[in-house]
Design a protein around this ligand. Structure first.
Ligand SMILES: Nc1ncnc2c1ncn2[C@@H]1O[C@H](COP(=O)(O)OP(=O)(O)O)[C@@H](O)[C@H]1O
Ligand SMILES: [Mg+2]
Length: 233
């Protein structure tokens, strides 16, 4: 279980996160939805300790991680796929995965399990990651995050710019992770990207969570989408 309580974060004097609180339990998918600039990426970076929150608390599986340096957060079992993937372009697929494995000194079974989600990566092992297609890079970024055997995995707009077939692949992986008991915090801008996988939806705007709803309640009353996202459904 990941618990974030009352994060505030700033860029200079500008407040980017206001009283941000979420809980993600094992086996559920919490989707963080909001327009460009709403603060979704800042929220994930604050959780990872990349942006330092000025207030608030983070607890993962009973361990208080508040104030830890950014390199210690993944070691506690929090997986992160940043927006735009952030691979080491000059390194091969294998080397990118090895970095994931070193983070928590995971054994070969962690690599096997990560690759079981994306068998196609095996054929690319010695290829430089910068030469992969966009979809393959996304698969590698997720596989690298899975190499730490996370109890909670956070994905920042993983389907951005991908073809429909690759979007379906990512969706199936999220569903499989959920069903295997991983908690997923999924950031997206578009509701259709998350409807098939979400357990709950948190709507974010101006650095704040404006509402949080069970997915069934969103399906029953889609007018909330217009209220919080400004889209008609
Ligand atoms: N490194 C930064 N320095 C200053 N302002 C930033 C930085 N990153 C993001 N911001 C600002 O913080 C706000 C939230 O951005 P971001 O978290 O990237 O939103 P989202 O991921 O929802 O699109 C925006 O107003 C953005 O311009
Ligand atoms: Mg973003």
């Amino acid at each position: 279980m990941l618990t974030i309580d009352n994060f505030d974060a700033y860029y200079g004097k500008s407040q980017a996160l206001r009283d941000f609180s979420v809980k993600v339990a094992p086996g559920e998918v919490l989707c963080l939805l909001g327009r460009n600039g709403a603060g979704k990426t800042t929220a994930l970076k604050s959780i990872m300790g990349i942006v330092k929150p000025q207030r608030g608390r983070i607890v993962l599986d009973g361990a208080d991680l508040t104030g830890l340096p950014a390199n210690r957060i993944p070691m506690a079992g929090l997986g992160y796929v940043p927006q735009g993937r952030r691979l080491f372009a000059e390194l091969t697929v294998r080397e990118n995965l090895e970095i994931g494995l070193m983070t928590r000194k995971s054994g070969p079974h962690a690599l096997e399990r990560a690759l079981s989600y994306f068998p196609a990566l095996r054929e690319r092992f010695s290829q430089r990651s910068g030469t992969l297609s966009g979809g393959e890079q996304t698969m590698l970024a997720i596989a690298r995050a899975l190499c730490i055997e996370p109890t909670i995995l956070m994905l920042d707009e993983p389907t951005e710019g991908l073809m429909p077939s690759m979007i379906a692949t990512i969706r199936d992986v999220v569903i499989r992770l959920r069903d295997e008991g991983v908690g997923v915090l999924l950031v997206e801008q578009r509701i259709d990207a998350v409807l098939p996988v979400a357990s709950r939806i948190a709507f974010m705007d101006h650095g704040e969570i404006k509402a949080e709803m069970e997915i069934d309640a969103v399906r029953a009353d889609p007018s909330v989408l217009k209220t919080y996202l400004g889209v008609g459904h």
